[in-house]
Design a binder for this molecule. Structure first.
Ligand code: CMP
Length: 140
């Protein structure tokens, strides 16, 4: 086990429905600590840059539009094995197959408006955290 940091985004479908507190309660109950947090309105170009690895996917344009249609909460989570732990708490990308009790199963509207994002590897976490935060903004 190792202490890791991972990037979490509470997506516009979650902020619109006032779910940030309930989602973060599940995150904190899993043992993860929120060590940085800000609420932002992503410009379309920022969403496109953040999701650049998906630019060839058929859902790319729609995903970027959805991510910039309302506020997001971007945050850094820290804890033992934070990257896989948070992915377990989130549940599968598609909420219809996510396990009961996971964030996406409980709250997601669809595979696209799926309430939360989380980094999928150490390299991705490092890149995604640096996309939104400087090291001095991470406060354990
Ligand atoms: P996220 O974890 O933020 O990573 C990429 C996002 O693309 C994903 O969550 C979903 O919001 C979206 N996504 C992934 N697969 C699909 C799909 N098949 N159709 C629509 N959106 C998708």
């Amino acid at each position: 086990m190792a202490v890791q940091q991972t990037l979490s985004i509470l997506k516009p479908d979650a902020t619109r429905r006032n779910l940030t507190g309930r989602i973060n309660a599940l995150i904190e109950a899993s043992g993860l600590r929120i060590v940085a947090q800000k609420r932002l309105l992503l410009a379309r170009a920022q969403a496109e840059a953040f999701y650049a690895e998906h630019r060839e996917r058929p859902f790319f344009a729609s995903l970027c539009a959805t991510m910039s249609e309302g506020p997001v909460v971007v945050q850094v989570l820290e804890g033992e094995d934070a990257i896989p732990r948070y992915r377990t708490v989130m549940g599968a990308t598609n909420p219809t197959v996510a396990d009961p009790g996971t964030i996406r199963r409980e709250f997601a509207e669809s595979i696209e408006a799926n309430s939360v994002h989380g980094s999928d590897s150490l390299a991705t976490a490092n890149r995604e955290i640096a996309f939104f935060f400087s090291q001095t903004e991470l406060v354990g």
